[in-house]
Design a protein around this ligand. Structure first.
Ligand code: NAD
Length: 519
C-alpha cells in the first residue's frame, strides 16, 4: 500500500548540519572529477577514446567528466538492444516496474546532496537551485510510479454494456528516444526517462552534452534500482549526430524531448516523415522555450511584485524555460517597481557556487551561452536603457559569470523582449494600462509561463481567460512549478503542452487498447 504522494521537502541550508552534509558530498564528488564515463548499451560499457568533455563553467579548465566518441553505429546498437528488451519489458507487471522507480526515488533521496553537488559543479547551480532540481526529480519518480498504477487498467472508466465484459488498458508504445536539456539536468532527464520506463517502454537516453555527468549518475541509479540493462541505454554524445539519427530511425516509436524551439521544430518535421519499414506514426512529446512575462498593474502589492520579478528573472541565472525574462508594468507604478527590482537584483551575490551556500548566481553554462548572452546584452543597449549589470565578471579562472542585467524602457516588440536569451537578462516594458500590458504579454510566439501581480478580481479573471500560457500564476513568481500541483507545459512555440508532473502525462507514453468479450 503506497502512501499518498507528497512533494519532497527542500533542504534548509541555514541549518549547519545540512551544510555539513552538502560539503561532505562535495568532497566525495570532487574525488570523482575527470573520470572517463562510458556509454552503456545493453549493459555493455563503450569507451572508444575521448569524444568530448563536460566542464565546470565556474572554472572552465576543470574537466568534470570525459565521454566517448559515439557515432551512428552506437545509436543503431542501442535501438536494436532497446527493441529486443521491449519484447519482454512490455509485459513486466506495472507493479514491478513502479517498484523499481520507487527504489530509485528512495535511493536518490538518500543521496540527495551528492546529486546536488554534481549539478553545482557541472552546470553552476546554487545549492538551493540544485536542491530544488533533485527534489523535483524525486517527486517525478514518486508521482509517476503512482500514476502508472492508476492508469494501467482503466476499465472502470467504461460505461457497462449488457452482455459484455469490456477492458481498457494503457499499453506501452515501444522504443523511445529521450533527449534532455542541461538546465534541469536531474529533474527533466529523470522525469522523462521514468515516465517512459514505468509505462513499459524501453529507452535510448541522450542527455545534453554539458550535463552528461549527472545523466550518467541518473542511469546508474536506475540500473541499481532494478531497471534491466537494455531497457535503459545511455548514449552521451552529440545531438546533431546520434540524437538526430535516433529521432529519424524507423524503429523509434516515440521521442520525448525538452530543449530549444529550433531543435524541437526540426524533430517535429523529422518525426513526421515515415521511413520504409516504419509501422507507426511517431509520437512526439516536445517541450521547448519561452519568453515569459511578469505583468504588474497599479493595484498590485508592489514589493511582492518586485521580489517576484527578480526571483523569476534571475533564478539559476535566468536559464529556466519558465524564467520571467520580461517585466511588463503599467506606467503609473513602472518607476517604483523597476527601481525596487534593480535594487533587489543588485544585492544578488555572483560567484563559484561550490564555494558557499550563500552564492545566489553561478556562471552561465558554457562558452557558447556566454557569448550568445553577451551579444544580446550588446543588442539590449541599443534597444533599451541599461539599468544594471551588462558586463561579465573577470575572474582568474575565466568563469562564465554574467551578473544580473536589467534593461528599462524596452519596446514590447524589441528583439530582447521577443527572443529567448536564456541568461540573466531582464527586459522591462512600460504599458499604458492593464489592457496594453496583457496585449504585450501575449505578443510573442511562445506561451509557456506567465505571472500577474494584481489585487483586482476582474483583471485576474480576465487573465485566467486571456493570458495565453500553459502555466499562469497570480501574485507569485512564474518559476517553480511543483509536481502534482502545477502540471507543466506550454502553448504555441513553447511545445506540445505535455503537462509534465500532471495526471495526464503518462498517457503520452502509452496507447489505449480496448478489449471486449461477449459473455
Ligand atoms: P537544445 O535544444 O540545444 O538541446 C536539447 C537536447 O537536444 C540536447 O540533448 C542536445 O544534444 C539535443 N540536440 C541538439 N540538436 C539535436 C538534433 N539535431 N537532433 C537531436 N537532438 C539534438 O537545448 P538546451 O540548450 O539543452 O536547453 C535549453 C532550452 O531548453 C531552452 O530553450 C529552454 O527554454 C528549453 N527548456 C524547455 C523546458 C520546457 O519544459 N518547456 C524545460 C527546460 C528547458
Amino acid at each position: 500500500m503506497l502512501t499518498p504522494f507528497r512533494n519532497e521537502a527542500l533542504t534548509d541550508f541555514t541549518l549547519p548540519e545540512n551544510r555539513a552534509a552538502f560539503e561532505k558530498a562535495m568532497v566525495k564528488v570532487k574525488a570523482e572529477l575527470g573520470r572517463e564515463l562510458p556509454a552503456v548499451i545493453n549493459g555493455q560499457e563503450i569507451w572508444n577514446g575521448e569524444g568530448f568533455v563536460s566542464i565546470n563553467p565556474a572554472r572552465p579548465a576543470e574537466v568534470v567528466a570525459r565521454f566517448p566518441k559515439l557515432g551512428i553505429e552506437h545509436a543503431e546498437q542501442a535501438i536494436k538492444a532497446a527493441a529486443e528488451a521491449f519484447k519482454t519489458w512490455q509485459y513486466v507487471p506495472v507493479q514491478e516496474r513502479a517498484g523499481y522507480i520507487l527504489h530509485a526515488a528512495g535511493e536518490m533521496r538518500r543521496r540527495k546532496q551528492e546529486f546536488n553537488a554534481v549539478m553545482v559543479l557541472e552546470v553552476g547551480k546554487s545549492w538551493a537551485e540544485a536542491d530544488a532540481d533533485t527534489s523535483e526529480s524525486i517527486d517525478f519518480l514518486e508521482y509517476y510510479a503512482r500514476q502508472a498504477l492508476r492508469i494501467a487498467d482503466s476499465s472502470e472508466m467504461l460505461i457497462p454494456y449488457p452482455g459484455e465484459q469490456n477492458g481498457l488498458y494503457y499499453i506501452p508504445l515501444g522504443v523511445g528516444v529521450v533527449i534532455s536539456p542541461w538546465n534541469f539536468p536531474n529533474a527533466i532527464a529523470t522525469g522523462m526517462t521514468a515516465a517512459a520506463l514505468v509505462t513499459g517502454n524501453t529507452v535510448c537516453f541522450k542527455p545534453a552534452e554539458p550535463s552528461s555527468w549527472i545523466a550518467a549518475k541518473i542511469c546508474e541509479l536506475f540500473w541499481e534500482s532494478g531497471i534491466p540493462h537494455g531497457v535503459l541505454n545511455f548514449l552521451p554524445g552529440k545531438g546533431s549526430v546520434i540524437g538526430a539519427h535516433m529521432v529519424e530511425h524507423p524503429q523509434t516509436r516515440f521521442i520525448a524531448f525538452t530543449g530549444s524551439k529550433e531543435v524541437g521544430l526540426r524533430m517535429f518535421e523529422q518525426a513526421g516523415q515515415t521511413k520504409p519499414g516504419q509501422l507507426w506514426l511517431k509520437r512526439t512529446i516536445l517541450e521547448m522555450g519561452g519568453k515569459d512575462a511578469v505583468v504588474v498593474d497599479e493595484t498590485a502589492t508592489l514589493e511582492a511584485a518586485s521580489v517576484g520579478i527578480v526571483q523569476s528573472a534571475f533564478g539559476f541565472q535566468g536559464q529556466k524555460c519558465s524564467a520571467g525574462s520580461r517585466a511588463i508594468i503599467v506606467d503609473s507604478v513602472y518607476e517604483q517597481v523597476v527601481g525596487r527590482a534593480v535594487e533587489l537584483a543588485s544585492k544578488l551575490t555572483v560567484g563559484a557556487p561550490d564555494t558557499s551556500a550563500w552564492i545566489d548566481q553561478g556562471p552561465v553554462v558554457d562558452a557558447n551561452s556566454f557569448k550568445k548572452i553577451l551579444d544580446y546584452i550588446e543588442l539590449g543597449t541599443q534597444e533599451g536603457k541599461l539599468l544594471l549589470g551588462g558586463s561579465p565578471l573577470d575572474t582568474p579562472e575565466k568563469g562564465y559569470f554574467i551578473p544580473p542585467t536589467i534593461f528599462g524602457d524596452v519596446d514590447g516588440n524589441a528583439r530582447v523582449a521577443q527572443e529567448e536569451i536564456f541568461g540573466p537578462v531582464l527586459a522591462c516594458v512600460r504599458a499604458s494600462d492593464y489592457d496594453h500590458a496583457l496585449q504585450i504579454a501575449n505578443s510573442t510566439e511562445f506561451g509557456l509561463t506567465g505571472a500577474l501581480f494584481s489585487l483586482n478580481r476582474q483583471r485576474l479573471e480576465r487573465a485566467r481567460r486571456e493570458f495565453h500560457v500553459g502555466n499562469l500564476y497570480f501574485n507569485r513568481k512564474c518559476t517553480g512549478a511543483m509536481v502534482g500541483a502545477h502540471p507543466f507545459g506550454g502553448f504555441n512555440m513553447s511545445g506540445t503542452d505535455s503537462k509534465a508532473g500532471g495526471p495526464d502525462y503518462l498517457l503520452l507514453f502509452t496507447q489505449a487498447k480496448l478489449v471486449s468479450e461477449r459473455l
